[in-house]
Design a protein around this ligand. Structure first.
Ligand SMILES: Nc1ncnc2c1ncn2[C@@H]1O[C@H](COP(=O)(O)OP(=O)(O)OP(=O)(O)O)[C@@H](O)[C@H]1O
Ligand SMILES: [Mg+2]
Length: 263
């Protein structure tokens, strides 16, 4: 579904050229959930931008559905850290916007939106506006907004990082429930190693910037998983330690560079 071969991205900056990611090799199959972790500023969001076609690669190849990415490929859903919920639209109209944009009739778009609003647990809130919802509820709207388009490739950039710990756990469970059986290939970027391990089949550790893939771990936890329970198991702690050993060095390098912008 997603293939990156030696993908490299350079940005022109005032001081010359800045390499954000270099030689990234990654392939994600249908129905596979991959989490990407790495220190702040290393190039995680840039990796998603290449897959989604928002930015072209400077070198290497990026394929989605076996075709080189040029512009935004069909079937790609993108959930950003800051959700794209529009404040002046009701929950129903926010969720129906995607299908409408894709040419679905108003009636059918609204029917599909209602169905997804129910699936994310917001039945009864169709007529509410975003400011009338809690942060967790807005994330549910954003999730419905993304999933209503039935993406075969789902890109998520720290979608739950602004939420409190309990709401986050709930959203992780919701996501697993909604994704399971959908066949979607997921790339989920997060700072939070615990979140990565709770959700993913594989966890990819990126180096300090310019990011390349340092190591990949298979998560040996059965599905279906319960976000709150799985993190208390001995298997979880073992894999956590193993991945953290790899990630810690990169976080350290980034810290030693100081300034927090990791340039
Ligand atoms: N459009 C752009 N133009 C110039 N530089 C950019 C652009 N996008 C990203 N960069 C630079 O590329 C590097 C990687 O940025 P990116 O946003 O991919 O990091 P990240 O790993 O997602 O960070 P964080 O964890 O803080 O979200 C940074 O140094 C950033 O300043
Ligand atoms: Mg980012």
């Amino acid at each position: 579904m997603i293939e990156l071969y030696a993908a490299t991205k350079r940005f022109r900056s005032s001081g010359g050229v800045h390499t954000a990611i270099r030689d990234v090799h990654l392939s994600v199959g249908s129905g596979e959930f991959v989490a990407v972790v790495g220190p702040t500023g290393c190039g995680k969001s840039t990796t998603l931008s290449l897959i989604s076609g928002l930015e072209p690669a400077s070198d290497g190849r990026v394929l989605v559905h076996g075709r080189p990415v040029e512009g935004i490929p069909d079937g790609v859903g993108y959930m950003f850290q800051n959700d794209a919920v529009l404040p002046w639209r009701s929950v129903l109209d926010n969720v129906a916007a995607g299908p409408r944009y894709r040419g679905t009739s108003k009636r059918e778009a609204r029917d599909r939106a209602r169905d997804w609003i129910t699936r994310v647990g917001l039945a009864g809130f169709e007529g509410y506006y975003p400011h009338q919802l809690s942060g967790g509820m807005r994330k549910r709207v954003a999730l419905a907004q993304t999933l209503v388009n039935e993406p075969s490739v789902l890109l998520m950039d720290e979608p739950f990082s602004a939420l409190d710990v309990q709401t986050r756990g709930l959203m992780q469970d919701e996501l697993l429930r909604l994704w399971s059986g959908s066949g979607a290939a997921v790339v989920f970027v997060t700072h939070d190693l615990e979140e990565a391990l709770v959700l993913a089949d594989r966890v990819v550790v990126m180096t300090a910037g310019p990011a390349t893939i340092k190591s990949t771990f298979t998560v040996p936890l059965d599905r279906p998983r319960n976000a709150e329970e799985v993190r208390l198991t001995p298997e979880f702690l073992d894999i956590y330690r193993e991945v953290w050993d790899s990630l810690r060095e990169e976080v350290q390098i980034t810290r030693e560079r100081g300034t927090g912008n990791a340039a």
